[in-house]
Design a protein around this ligand. Sequence first.
Ligand code: ATP
Length: 238
Amino acid sequence: MSALACEGLTVGYGDGAPVIDALHLDIAEGAVTALLGANGAGKTTLLRALTGLVPLRAGRIGLGGRDLTSMSTEDRMRAGLGLVPEGRSTVVELTVDENLRLGGLWRHRGKARKAAVEEMYGLFPALDRRRRAPGHTLSGGERQMLALARALLAQPRVLLLDEPSLGLAPKATAQLLGVLRATAARTGLTVLLAEQNAASALSVAQRGVVLSLGSVAADRPAADLAADPALRHAYLGF
Ligand code: ATP
């Protein structure tokens, strides 16, 4: 079943050529889908269009049967869409704990919020050890974990992640994507993981979608994509 559906999406900036051009895409429920493509292929633009941060020129977006197309970004979030934007959206003036309590603000109250935050510490022991550390003292990997934990606290049905591995060491990337995969498997969360790092993304995804020239060049099981030398050479760079 499809959790997130795009029909004929066309997106561009100003009066420039479309970056996303009449794109059709169905994201499978309860799976991790890797969204791949060269630098500038339009991954960020697609995620921004899904969340309503850039307007559509044409097309429709559906989330579990609901039409999101004309909803505000806030309403899309309430309907169950979550986003971890590129560049680790943590508040650097706040501590880890304060960031997490803010993340759970509108889904949880009182004791439930505290319990939800504690659950995140269970998922991310590295954050547990740094509860009182101010955001600006965190490593890249810790910040990205904090951004992911914050997004999970909002209990999205579909979580969009934009290049979470950017600037992370391979070990930190593996750790982060491992938690993401385990969480998706445990909770049935649907994940769309935009990544420049195709090998890492495909290692945790069940499905892979390759964007090229504004549309879908391939949409296949992740293991198939990773094993296809022509595709790897043409689009994935590994
Ligand atoms: P990256 O991996 O570099 O983030 P990407 O696949 O996410 O690449 P986008 O950032 O979506 O690609 O960019 C796709 C195209 O849209 C690029 O040609 C880029 O120059 C253009 N673009 C992105 N943002 C804007 C903007 N705010 N105004 C004009 N053009 C933009």
